[in-house]
Each structure stands twice: as structure tokens, then as C-alpha cells.
Design a protein around this ligand. Sequence first.
Ligand code: 5AD
Ligand code: SF4
Length: 486
Amino acid sequence: MSIDPGTMAEMWRLSDKIKNYNEERAGRTGQPLTAFVKTFGCQMNEHDSEKLKGMLARMGYDVVPDYQLSDSALIPDVVVFNTCCVRENAEDKIFGQLGAIKGAKKHKPDMIVIVCGCMTEQEWVVERIKKSYRHVDLVLGTGNTYRLPEYMAKRIFENKRVIGAESEDSVPEGVPMMRDDKFKAYVTVMYGCDNFCSYCIVPYVRGRERSRKADDVIDEVKGLVQSGAKEVMLLGQNVNSYGKGAGGDGTDFAALIRRVACETGIERVRFMTSHPKDLSPELIRAIAEEPAICSQLHLPVQSGSTSELKRMNRKYTREKYLGLVSEVRKLIPDVTLSTDIMIGFPGETEEEFEDTLSLLEEVRFDAAFTFIYSKRQGTPAAMSPDQIPEDVVNERFKRLVDTQNRISREKNEALEGKTLSVLVEGPSRTDPARLTGRTEGNKVVNFDVDAAALGERCLNRPEAGDIVPVKITRAETWSLEGVYCG
Ligand code: 5AD
Ligand code: SF4
């Protein structure tokens, strides 16, 4: 739970000690010490990495955006792997990259290799790292990353290898952060998940649900607004059960998001990820009523079949989900809806799969993140004898993706000719003369700015961080094209 002030003060003390040591070393060699954080997985991990980078910067490291293993002068002094284990292919990739860094350590024996994040909360992973990845120096868990300075101090000053995450269900406050974006920020409001969907490893590696105090969230968002943020995404593994588990202060998620929208001066607020069972009528009303809350909802359905949903332990039926969607659309007609779908869950019949396809047609999501079921050791579904053959899964996956791509494109085409407000992110990656940004529905828009028109109307060219009107001229499957019409 909340970390006592003494523990946090100790982290600051150790950070300063490491910083002094690093400054002295850098003074001797004329080279600043560098650190690189590699992130795998979801937004929660991306945001945890912002905290890891913040802590490393505070310890005097120059945080670099990439690393080079071939040139020993460019090998960082610290490399952190912030890992994900939600699907097996993520884990395989991480072990591959961890193996690849072994050679670099021969060139630079002082390099500190750290593994943290979801993978490290599995015993077999810790054992494998201990035995087969001896170049890894430190392993932290998901709940104790705030202890990075303590682990680093053990490695630097006592030359200790500390492998083995002590699980902690903590709610740390005041951890320094190095945010990737000035205008759009992640804010964690709760940690952990108590849902135990039968395929999912998250409740085992992220611990029990626990919430931050509403005032701490509000203070963080106010601070962000002061430093220029225009949009915040409230994060939690199961964000709309905010306030129900440990911690918190009696505020529920609908009340929290209203406070964020009304008290902080932020222009846009959105959230990830919701569980349909916790989508309250109050939350739907809050989205409908508060102008700062984006008309957008990510509501993972996983399957359109009630029998499959039951085996997944999702605690709602197809009809309940469809009822929620019509409630949402009644109150928020222009809502942008997205979802997560899983294919190939054990025992999935052709009929159940067709129910999922028909749900896609019925709801017409703007976007769906589609996943092939991956067997996760320790979850109930992994024990099922009815694993689906690969060829069947692949064929279903293709039908699913084809269906959703068509719908996504049609939904985007319906926006042609409309003017949407877009938060500008900067020049477009493919054409720097154009700009790119996101709509309230979180859709990417690449758009032109007509220089002549700007001149005629004495307007300034929009810049990153501006929220501007853009007329949609063309739809793609995953993005929109437009023209600035300020
Ligand atoms: N296999 C495949 N996909 C999974 N997800 C969670 N667990 C698994 C698994 N074992 C997907 C779910 C979830 C998303 C974040 O990841 O669809 O909503
Ligand atoms: Fe996993 Fe279900 Fe929790 Fe989402 S709600 S993190 S899918 S257990």
C-alpha cells in the first residue's frame, strides 16, 4: 500500500549517493553515464518506464532514446528491460533481446542489466534468469520498481546481484517521472486487477486492485496542466473499478473523472481500460455531460458468445454487453468505440466464433485490437484439454481481421466532410510538411495546412499542443486525412 515517507526518503538519499558517484566517474572519464529503458507491452508499462527513466535521470544518468551494441563506445551504462508477459510471443522476444545483450557486457563489464515488469513476477522466469542469463544484474517486480535506487546501490556499492522480485502491492507517490510527451500524459489511478479472466496472467503479476487517493490524482493533473499538458489518459488495468479495492478514499471512478475534468483545467481526459461489468451509468453520464471527457470508450468484449464469455470468466453476457453499447450510444451519439477481441480461446466452436463476428457487425466498433489466444502458465484456461489447432485459429483470425478492417474503414469514411478538433502532435512522420494529431475519438489525422489560406486570414501555423479544427477529406482504415480549417 502507501509507501511510508521514511522509505521514500531513503530512495532519495540513495539516488543522491549514486548521482554523486556517477558525477565523479563522469568527471574522471569526461563521459556522461547513460541509461536506456526498453519497454514492452501496454500503456501501463510505457508509463512505468517514464518512472524508471525519471529515477535514472535523478541518479545522474543521461537517458538515451536507443542503444547500439556493435559500437562499444555507444553501449549504455544501464539497460533496463521493462517486460510484458500477457502473450507468449512477447516473452520469447524479450528472452531473445536479453540474450543478445550478453556480448555487449563482455565489452563493458560495468554495464548494469536490469529486468523488471510483468515477466519477473513469474517464478520460472526468475529461475531462468538466475541460471541462464547470468549477465543480468538486477530483477525487480511490478510493485517495487520505486525501489530501483536501492537495487542500484546494492549493485554499485556492494557489487551484489539481486535477482528475485519481492512482491509488493504498493501505491507509490512522488516517484520522479521523465514523460515522453509534454502535451499528452499518462496518469495511473489504480494498480492491479481482481477479475481473474480465465486466460489472463495480469492478476497474478500485477497484484490486487488498489487505488490512489483522488487528491493525489488531482494534484498530479494540475501539475501537468501547469507544465503545458492538454490531455491526460487515466490508467489502470481495470480503471473503472477505481476506489473499490484497497486504498482510495471513497471516490468512485465516475466521481474521480468528473473531478479531473472540472477541477484541473485539463482540456481532454480519457481512460484505459474498462471492464464492461464495471461500466456504471454514472460513468456513461459523466462522459456525456463533461465537455473535457473525450467521447471515446475502449470497452474490451473479448468474445461475442455468451458461452465462451462464461468460460472466460468475464461476468457478462453478449446481451448485457450489447445493452451497454446501446446505453452508451443513446447518451453519447458521437462516441468512438473500440474493443479487444480474442480468438482461439480453448474450446471455441465455429458457432461461438461466428457469434463474435456477428457482434462486430452489430456493434460496428471504430477499432478492435485482435489477439490470438496464448496459453499462460498458471491460468485456468491453460489447463483446458481443448486447445484450438493453429490452422483453425489462423483461419478465424483472418476472417475476424477482414471483417473489422472493413468496418473500421466504413466508420472512418462516415467522417469525411466533417470538421473534428485535433490535438496536434507535430509534423507527420511520412511528410514533414504536413501535421499529425489525434481526434477526441483518439483517431490519427494527418493533415495539410494551406499556407496561402493562413496568410490571407493572418493565422499562425498550428503547433504541437494546439487543439485545432481539421476538416476530414479522406478515410483510411487506421487513420484519417484532412485539412486545417482554423
Ligand atoms: N492471450 C491472448 N490475448 C490475451 N489478452 C489477455 N490475455 C491474453 C492471452 N492469454 C488480451 C485481452 C486483453 C488484452 C490487453 O490482451 O484481449 O484485453
Ligand atoms: Fe486480464 Fe481480465 Fe484483468 Fe483485463 S480484466 S487485466 S483481461 S484479468
